[in-house]
Design a protein around this ligand. Sequence first.
Ligand SMILES: NC(=O)c1ccc[n+]([C@@H]2O[C@H](COP(=O)([O-])OP(=O)(O)OC[C@H]3O[C@@H](n4cnc5c(N)ncnc54)[C@H](OP(=O)(O)O)[C@@H]3O)[C@@H](O)[C@H]2O)c1
Length: 422
Amino acid sequence: MPQGLHGGNVRGLKNLRPSRTLLGLQTGHWSRRVPNIAILGSTGSIGRMTLEVCASLGPPYRVVALAAGRQVDRLARQAAETGAQTVAVRDDEAAEGLRKALPQGAAPEILAGPDGLVALASRDDVDIVVSAVVGGAGLPAALAAVKVGKRLALANKEALVMAGELVMAEARRSGAEILPVDSEHSAIFQAMASGRAEEVSRVVLTASGGPFYRRSDEARKHVTAAEALDHPTWSMGRKITIDSATLMNKSLEVIEAHHLFGLEAEKISVLIHPESTVHSLVEFVDGACLAQLGPPDMRMPIQYALTWPDRHPAPWPRLDLAALGGLHFETPDMERFPALQLGFEVIRQGKTFGAALSGADEVAVEAFLDGRIRFGDIVPLVQRVLGAHDTVADPSLDDILAADAWAREEATQCLTSYTSPR
Ligand SMILES: NC(=O)c1ccc[n+]([C@@H]2O[C@H](COP(=O)([O-])OP(=O)(O)OC[C@H]3O[C@@H](n4cnc5c(N)ncnc54)[C@H](OP(=O)(O)O)[C@@H]3O)[C@@H](O)[C@H]2O)c1
């Protein structure tokens, strides 16, 4: 009998050979490990759900390290509850705040700054790094985890948008496993297990369309931050919620799929699916389409990324298709939602375009949330920055970080030409 990843039977659902080929996963790599988990971005939406999943899984899954930005009170509580041995925060000020906030008896090692995040992700006592930091700040630690061969449960899609080629090349070299946490990519990963990489004819990423898909172009320009933060099907952090409303998030996911699954732009498409129930589909060369369905609940893909290739029982609500009544799909209007075109453009251009897109988008979203620009200004601002970008071929990590910094600076400069909408 052939041996699988766990040295077990590779028939049926355990036949994960195609996915492993696509993601560079190696037979036998994972079976030697103990599931000690580090959660980067533990105070955020995905981070908090990961803690819930870990508590539900119980031993041997163990949270040994946490990292976050500025929510030190919440982080202190999490450290005390999990007994994490190491905690990293974004800077010295947050480290000081954390020391004060820790309850008596809790005395984890405290690391500060970007280097602290990288050190935490590379520690010997960590087996799985859940990267749930938002934005480009997550890239160095995600790359560090991959370099030393950890399992990376990746929610921080910006790491792949900025440096997908570098990250995937390091994973192939080190044997690191990259398990997608994004529900669309988790769905594709699962569906791909029923065929070989070369048998995939295309993947279809589904998109809810966000709260304004049906609004007129004029009305959409003026939506407020409060309206935009109210996503119809998913409860998420602020940046991804705004990115979902502009459809920029789907562009970032298109780039993520390109890197994770080695797919050219022509093999990736997007469908609007308001119910967020079919998380994505894979079409094979014989015309068969495999989809993964579930309620819009990120705890499922998070758990799968931790336990793969096993499935563990989970207490989350189940899908009730009869109650749902129907599922709807439509082709997105690329003209009305130009953000969607940018992901395909970035794949075709390559180089440092992804880093520039990511940096510019972070500044534009922040400016909208701060009331400095209108909702309708976000995507044109990003397009303007990309239009001015001088790319670097075969970029190193330094080139990528420089392109990200340049795009932030350029976007900030552009902001001076906008008159405040309020
Ligand atoms: N939320 C979802 O349902 C969802 C689904 C798919 C993919 N994702 C992806 O997952 C990532 C996280 O999303 P989210 O919705 O969970 O965001 P979020 O709620 O805003 O959380 C972001 C986390 O990152 C931390 N952080 C920010 N800057 C940091 C820095 N410089 N150093 C250390 N930690 C830092 C924050 O810490 P503080 O809050 O303490 O400052 C927080 O813990 C994003 O890339 C997103 O695209 C999210």
